[in-house]
Design a protein around this ligand. Structure first.
Ligand code: MN
Length: 241
């Protein structure tokens, strides 16, 4: 049996080809898997579980069908969809995981993360992250009407543009010290994350042993998946048919 990992699909109504490939993946390969982990940024923007976006309805139904077929699905928040909450979990049957979470994969302890918290060189982003992940801030935001939340998101985007940041700016890579720190904290030698859109398997020295950092890719031009079985992990791209 194989455990599957994906992240950074950035599902949005404006890119139906990504959603179509995701639905194929859920009704195809994922059905045969042991479990599916979605490590954040599944949605390009999530305003809250009461988001009426009709495009996301089909995605939620497909997740529900996969869970009902007997495949456990786990979701970790990304920076684009950290407002996914308990109503989403109840509707889809998906279990929300803390970031980071350590899992046992066929006898191997692996720490899972979205990855944005490891990009510590981006000081401004980490400040925004600290503010928006504060439970009080989140409760305040989710108490606003959908219209107010949309207006807030647009304003934040405008402010970001005014600072000279563009949405297409490359995401900063993870900081190696932060990577080593998370491995040491959880006493593991393997990390699996997304967020940076730089799919790769990195090997490096942890002092007393070799460490591995596996990075999932985004789904902009093709899919990206880690297939993990008793023989270990494989990082594969999924061609768009
Ligand atoms: Mn991200």
């Amino acid at each position: 049996m194989t455990t599957l990992f994906i992240s950074d699909l950035h599902l949005a109504a404006g890119h139906p080809e990504i959603g179509a490939q995701f639905l194929d993946f859920l009704s195809g390969e994922a059905r045969e898997s042991e479990s599916l982990y979605i490590l954040g940024d599944l949605f390009d923007a999530w305003l809250g579980d009461d988001d009426p976006n009709p495009y996301y309805k089909g995605m939620k139904l497909a997740l529900r069908e996969l869970v009902d077929s007997g495949v456990p699905v786990f979701f970790m928040h990304g920076n684009r969809d950290f407002t996914v909450g308990p109503a989403f979990a109840a509707e889809t049957g998906v279990e929300i995981l803390e970031d980071p979470t350590v899992v046992d994969l066929y006898g191997k302890q692996v720490v899972l993360s979205h990855g944005d918290a490891l990009c510590t060189d981006d000081v401004h982003y980490q400040q925004i992250r600290a503010m928006t992940r504060n439970p009080d801030w989140l409760a305040m935001m989710l108490a606003k009407s959908i219209e107010e939340r949309i207006a807030f998101a647009l304003r934040a985007r405008e402010e970001s543009k005014a600072r000279g940041e563009s949405m297409t700016d490359e995401i900063m890579d993870v900081n190696q010290d932060a990577v080593i720190a998370i491995l040491r904290e959880h006493k593991v030698d393997t990390l699996l994350h997304g967020h940076t859109h730089r799919p790769a398997i990195h090997k490096f020295d942890l002092g007393d042993r070799e460490a591995t950092r596996i990075v999932l890719g985004d789904w902009y031009e093709q899919g990206s998946v880690v297939r993990w079985d008793a023989n270990g992990p494989r990082l594969d791209s999924l061609p768009r048919i």
